[in-house]
Design a protein around this ligand. Structure first.
Ligand code: NAD
Ligand code: MG
Length: 391
């Protein structure tokens, strides 16, 4: 019986993971910890149904209502950011890191320190702390398995290959909600319109990040950090159907592409069963019916976020943490209606321009404290820029 913990259990990736666990043979898994945020009804229902050892909400104030919902279930209850990290100390064999945002970093790191296999959906962990995360895994001997669909695709294409023969990696991108919108209309798009993805059903934040391509810019950094591929060998290709998730180009000119339906249960299931492959309940593609696959180069004017990620990668150090915090904060301001859609890239650029000059901040040791300091500086700078711009 494998012991598994799901952090961010109530979100899109967490629920897809739970779906796979529920379909497994009885007794195949023992659920250790489930964590969530405000949706304590869902958290409690899943904890009961799966017989979880502990359920943790991120919010202290929700401790009592969660406890009441789990009364008599045998599931322990805890609340707060510290309790989430502590839950990562509970022995488990497999740990799904699916909290959204930098809040996912500390618990994932803790699980890695214990040698737990880390299924990594939380892309912010690699973007803000890639070298620290990978080194922690190496030290404890823990395996890190990518769950982002592109990175799972690259991981699968590289299986059995000599890493030295890789010439380039191509990340595909759907182009998001506004890929065909006239550029002049982009500043005025609504939060609701940006929250609807043409192909994937995901959390709101990553869906908006797909429309702005900030999601792909995070994935550029993830690719560099996880696979150790230099940024100039990582390309982005717009592929509206989202059926090819990534391609790896080798020194003999061959490309290996990973093709599959846009359903995260594939990448989650691959990480769950790795190194084996097991049946997965995703749609089987009928390529004759699909008929065609389209590709185009990303327009830098429509998607300025890609160049911003490249600037952060060129600087290195804690610039990923600064980039991520600026991006998270810009997204908050957009969702709150304080800035327009296109202002997200403008304000992230201004934040990077200001903070990447601070070499002491950017090139401090990569510790959790310094990452948090860089994150805080970027959020304060972003708030100041938004306040002063009158946007
Ligand atoms: P989501 O918003 O649907 O769910 C996020 C989860 O994190 C929820 O359980 C929420 O309660 C929890 N959470 C939010 N803030 C928290 C905090 N401060 N402390 C503790 N828990 C908190 O997000 P999602 O779409 O499932 O994405 C999760 C992660 O996976 C993100 O990093 C995202 O970029 C990545 N990812 C998602 C997809 C996808 O298809 N949804 C694909 C690739 C990567
Ligand atoms: Mg992805």
């Amino acid at each position: 019986m494998r012991r598994i913990s799901i952090f961010g259990a109530t979100g899109s990736i967490g629920q897809s993971t739970i779906d796979l666990i529920r379909r497994a043979a009885p007794g195949a898994y023992r659920v250790v910890a489930l964590t969530g945020g405000r949706n304590i009804d869902r958290l409690a229902d899943d904890a009961r149904a799966l017989g979880a050892e502990i359920a943790v909400t991120a919010h202290d104030a929700l401790y009592e209502p969660l406890r009441a919902r789990l009364e008599g279930s045998g599931t322990e209850v805890a609340a707060g950011a510290g309790a989430i990290v502590a839950a990562a100390d509970r022995p488990a064999d497999w740990f799904m890191s699916a909290i959204v945002g930098i809040a996912g970093l500390a618990p994932g790191l803790r699980a890695l320190q214990h040698g737990t296999t880390l299924a990594l959906a939380n892309k912010e962990s690699l973007v803000t702390a890639g070298p620290l995360l990978m080194a922690t895994g190496r030290q404890s001997g823990a395996t890190i398995l990518p769950v982002d669909s592109e990175h799972s695709a690259i991981f699968q294409a590289l299986r059995g290959e000599d890493a030295g023969t890789v010439e380039r990696v191509i990340l595909t991108a759907s182009g998001g909600a506004f890929r065909d919108l006239p550029l002049d209309d982009l500043p005025g798009v609504s939060v609701a319109a940006a929250s609807s993805h043409p192909n994937w059903d995901m959390g709101q934040r990553i869906t908006i990040d797909s429309a702005s391509m900030f999601n792909k810019s995070m994935e550029l950094i993830e690719t560099k950090e996880y696979f150790g591929i230099p940024p100039d060998r990582i390309e982005v290709l717009v592929h509206p159907q989202s059926l090819i998730h990534a391609l790896v180009g080798f020194c003999d000119g061959g490309l290996i592409a990973h093709v599959g339906p846009p359903d995260m249960r594939h990448a989650i299931g691959y990480a769950l069963h790795w190194p084996k492959r097991r049946h997965c309940p995703v749609e089987r593609l009928d390529l004759a019916e699909i008929g065609r696959l389209d590709f185009r180069a990303p327009d830098p004017q429509r998607y300025p976020a890609l160049d911003l990620a490249r600037a952060a990668m060129a600087e290195g150090g804690l610039s990923g943490a600064i980039f991520n915090a600026a991006k998270e904060s810009a997204l908050d301001h957009f969702i709150a209606g304080r800035i327009r859609f296109t202002d997200m890239a403008v304000t992230v650029r201004e934040t990077l321009n200001a903070l990447l000059l601070d070499k002491g901040l950017v090139h401090a040791d990569m510790t959790l404290d310094n990452i948090r300091a860089a994150d805080g500086s970027a959020r304060r700078k972003m708030d100041e820029i938004v306040r002063h711009s009158g946007r």
